[in-house]
Design a protein around this ligand. Structure first.
Ligand SMILES: NC(=O)c1ccc[n+]([C@@H]2O[C@H](COP(=O)([O-])OP(=O)(O)OC[C@H]3O[C@@H](n4cnc5c(N)ncnc54)[C@H](OP(=O)(O)O)[C@@H]3O)[C@@H](O)[C@H]2O)c1
Length: 260
């Protein structure tokens, strides 16, 4: 399925070429991976319909979603998203895995889950997939039992916290040092973060986001569900530069760069 590019110039573009632009332009800083957010929203700005994101996007959106996964070293998501959307193997299509191999990437991207409390159950399909490699960023000292995926844990290097601080620390991890470890210890140069809103807010507040892919579906959720970013306010509105606008099946596909 092709997209109609409307900005910066007009033309037809495939999902594969549109997604390849991410890897072509990704320039990782020294101390962390290059990080792009990918989200889909309704025209009234909601990222869920009846609690899930699946009903928002069209077929073109799903194709671009999978092609973007095929471009990166790691795909990151918050525990809320992994729990709700029941994540499975990240790149299911063997042809896409073969293309990743030809491009010098691992056939499957590393899955990175952020869960302060480690409130995950091993029956999540991703954690039951023996071909998947998963790194869980967590403040918990526990480990999940019964996973068939290769699971590692990345914990903050902090002095033991006082009990009051422990609750606060469990609610929010400082992500920058953990991304630095992903870059230096796991060789991750590019990350696609698929949300959700709480994780997006944490990454944006720490200045760790380089790009936003946002697709806007011609739908109104008509409720007060979450938007792209939630949690404490950012330190002022984030100004972004519009890189590309595409359209397919009435859905808009916007790509923005965040300044640093
Ligand atoms: N439309 C879209 O593109 C899209 C994309 C993604 C998600 N969604 C929707 O968004 C909803 C989930 O929203 P959400 O905001 O709860 O999702 P989320 O950001 O994926 O998950 C929040 C959870 O992730 C962990 N977490 C995130 N940031 C953290 C940080 N800095 N430090 C420590 N832990 C952190 C915590 O896990 P623990 O509680 O385990 O400690 C937190 O409770 C779902 O309904 C999903 O369908 C929509």
């Amino acid at each position: 399925m092709d997209f109609e590019r409307l900005h910066p110039d007009r033309g037809r573009v495939s999902a594969r070429d549109a997604a390849a632009a991410l890897r072509e332009s990704a320039a990782p800083p020294d101390d962390r991976p290059y990080l792009a957010l990918n989200m889909v929203a309704t025209a009234d700005g909601r990222v869920t319909i009846e609690g899930r994101s699946g009903g928002i996007g069209n077929e073109a959106d799903r194709e671009l979603f999978h092609e973007l996964r095929a471009q990166v070293d790691a795909v990151m998501a918050g525990a809320g998203t992994v729990r709700t959307e029941r994540y499975g193997r990240l790149v299911r299509d063997p042809k896409r895995r073969a293309r990743r191999g030809e491009a010098g990437l691992e056939p499957d991207p590393l899955a990175v889950i952020v869960s302060a409390r480690l409130a995950l159950t091993p029956d999540i399909p991703l954690l039951q997939d023996p071909d998947s490699r998963v790194v869980i960023l967590t403040a918990s000292d526990d480990e999940l039992e019964g996973c068939r995926a290769r699971v590692e844990y990345l914990r903050p290097d902090e002095a033991p916290a006082a009990p009051a601080e422990l609750r606060e620390r469990a609610a929010r991890l400082v992500l920058a040092p953990m991304l630095r470890k992903l870059r230096h210890d796991h060789g991750v140069r590019t990350v696609l973060c698929e949300g959700g809103p709480v994780l997006n807010g944490g990454l944006l507040r720490e200045g760790l986001v380089d790009e936003l892919f946002l697709s806007v579906a011609p739908k109104l959720a008509g409720d007060s569900g979450p938007t792209v970013v939630s949690g404490p306010p950012l330190d002022g509105a984030a100004e972004m530069e519009l890189l590309t606008v595409m359209e397919a099946g009435g859905q808009l596909f916007l790509r923005y760069r965040l300044p640093h």
